[in-house]
Design a binder for this molecule. Structure first.
Ligand code: ATP
Length: 336
């Protein structure tokens, strides 16, 4: 396993630029997530690394070696897709062995590697069954075993959890995340589910309209979003408008002290968990959604601006309730 670098990659389809001057490195052994709205260029980026797309401009490097014009079959990449693309005429074992056979790996070595992966992914008991007789989660593990069997330079995963139920997704993301970390696989993980990316990836690239908006650890992009787009896309954010003078933020209905670097008219992002119940501001509940362990509230601040906040699931709220709230000035992030 090793690193992958995209150097000023642009991919245009006629007038439509799917990826625009993208610089990105997947470091040796890391899982890099790509998130962003539909059509932002996630799959195009992945396909460019796999070699299914030739960039309009820029270079793709594997361990510093230029592979921009190397065909997919000679790049040694492992692919895992949403539709598992398993061969139904073959057993699970034959599916996992497929790439090794294509590479003329001797039978003994092939058997040893396949057994190891079937064991590792906990699918050994299904070795002689056909993929279609397995559940979605089991098939996904077969897909992963098949991709890992060839010991790929980089493992590319494109929305691999789509179609699985919520509970299984949560379980698989923990298991697969831990497995890839243990194996020190270099991987690119494309998903539109930012929570999945936060749970599984070492770093996350947030794409928007073919551009890289921010690259950082899950905590970086969540706690320190570079701009309003990232603040809104990764998790929930309340974006408020105000004015900063001498480090003090005036939101119109309240002034907050903080060590704000910026000055003048700004937009700031506040996470729901940084709006506390109990405090100097009076807000009016507009919507209350009970979610078991918590209740998600949308409330109007004194100037009519609505914010999302979270309350303990034990308390009950109804539309029109007046609640005291406080905004944690230390956790406000200036995004524009
Ligand atoms: P999604 O989350 O919906 O899968 P994505 O972020 O993976 O989206 P891409 O599939 O990379 O987005 O597409 C990026 C842009 O490039 C889109 O505007 C899409 O219409 C365009 N595009 C992708 N493939 C082609 C193609 N073969 N021909 C023309 N345009 C394309």
């Amino acid at each position: 396993m090793s690193d992958v670098t995209l150097e000023s990659i642009t991919k245009a389809y006629g007038d439509d630029t799917a990826v625009d001057d993208l610089d990105l490195t997947i470091r040796d052994g890391e899982i890099l997530g790509i998130v962003g709205p539909s059509g932002c260029g996630k799959t195009t980026t992945l396909r460019t690394i796999a070699g299914f797309e030739t960039p309009t401009a820029g270079r793709v490097l594997f361990d510093g070696r230029d592979v921009t014009h190397v065909p997919p079959e000679r790049r040694n990449v492992g692919l895992v897709f949403q539709s598992y693309a398993l061969f139904d005429t073959m057993t699970v074992r034959e599916n996992v062995a497929f790439g090794l056979e294509m590479r003329d790996v001797p039978a003994g070595e092939r058997r040893r590697r396949v057994d190891e992966l079937l064991e590792l992914l906990d699918i050994a008991e299904f070795a002689d069954r056909r993929p279609r007789t397995l559940s979605g989660g089991q098939q996904q593990r077969v897909g992963l075993a098949r991709a890992l069997a060839i010991e790929p330079h980089v493992l590319l995963l494109d929305e691999p959890m789509t179609g699985l139920d919520a509970k299984l997704k949560t379980r698989l993301r923990t298991e697969i995340g831990a497995l890839l970390a243990d194996l020190e696989v270099t991987a690119l993980y494309v998903t539109h589910d930012q929570e999945e990316a936060m749970a599984m990836c070492d770093r996350i690239a947030v794409l928007n309209d073919g551009h890289l908006e921010q690259l950082g650890t899950p905590a970086d992009v969540y706690r320190r979003p570079d701009n309003a787009f990232v603040a809104n896309f990764v998790g929930t954010s309340n974006v408020l408008e105000g004015t900063i003078t001498d480090g003090r933020l005036d939101l119109g209905f309240t002034e907050l002290d903080g060590s704000f670097d910026a000055s003048g008219d700004v937009r700031v992002a506040v996470r729901p968990e940084n709006v506390a119940i109990g405090g100097p501001l009076e807000a009016t509940v507009r919507q209350a959604t009970y979610l078991g362990e918590r209740t998600e509230l949308v409330a109007a601040l004194p100037d009519g601006t609505t914010v999302t906040l979270r309350a303990n699931g034990d308390a009950s709220y109804t539309r029109g309730d007046s609640i005291p709230v406080a905004i944690d000035a230390d956790r406000i992030r200036v995004v524009e």
